[in-house]
Write a protein that binds this ligand. Structure first.
Ligand code: PAN
Ligand code: ZN
Length: 190
């Protein structure tokens, strides 16, 4: 590999000039994740729209590497709940992650298997540290794209199943035009 390896971002969408993996997650990929299932079905019946996209550089998935890429969560809502990523724990639970917000407005919803919860604001210029053992989901609370750079250990792996089954304990919804954190009425962890 020629060093340094660069990853240029092109405004206004902040998409990388080159990447190896491109992941696109549409509404169907978030089945059962939004609290208002009726609003979900109505939206899906119109179109299986793209909720978020991820651009990654391919690197060995092993300790010592730092996997990194760009995540773009589009603006939108299902009922009053903002568009968001699926969210996950890392398979190697005690691996952390750095998110650096490049564009937009959002929240990072986080929780531990022991039941601690936290929601932190994402805004341009802010570096958000997701500590080891915390599940994480980014939520777009703004009117434009939420664009973040993420960096995490190569051996982390992704456990989506736990969140798909249990959900997060907290949701971010719009109430009177303001992003509001509420307990998840469908949380099934206990
Ligand atoms: C990120 C996320 C990315 C998409 O790279 O994978 O933002 O979110 P989901 O993986 O929850 O669909 C990351 O946290 N990697 O570990
Ligand atoms: Zn992660």
């Amino acid at each position: 590999m020629t060093l340094p390896f660069t990853f240029d971002l092109v405004p206004p969408h902040m998409t990388p000039t080159k990447f190896d993996n491109y992941i696109i997650r549409k509404l169907t990929a978030l089945n059962n994740q939004f609290a208002d299932s009726q609003a979900y079905e109505i939206l899906l019946a119109k179109d299986d729209i793209t909720v978020y996209e991820v651009y990654e550089i391919k690197l060995p998935e092993q300790a010592g590497e730092l996997l990194h890429g760009i995540s773009i969560v589009h603006s939108g809502k299902v009922g009053n709940e903002y568009f968001m990523t699926k969210g996950h724990f890392h398979i190697v639970l005690a691996t952390a992650e750095i998110y650096y917000c490049l564009k937009g407005e959002g929240m990072m919803v986080m929780e531990t298997p022991e039941g601690e919860s936290s929601v932190a604001e994402l805004r341009p210029g802010r570096i958000l540290y997701v500590p080891p053992c915390w599940a994480h989901r980014s939520v777009n609370t703004g009117n434009g794209d939420l664009v973040t750079l993420f960096v995490y250990p190569g051996n982390a792996g992704h456990d989506y199943g736990t969140i798909e089954t249990k959900g997060f304990r907290q949701l971010v919804i719009e109430r009177d035009g303001i992003p509001t954190i509420i307990p998840n009425p469908h949380w099934t962890g206990e």
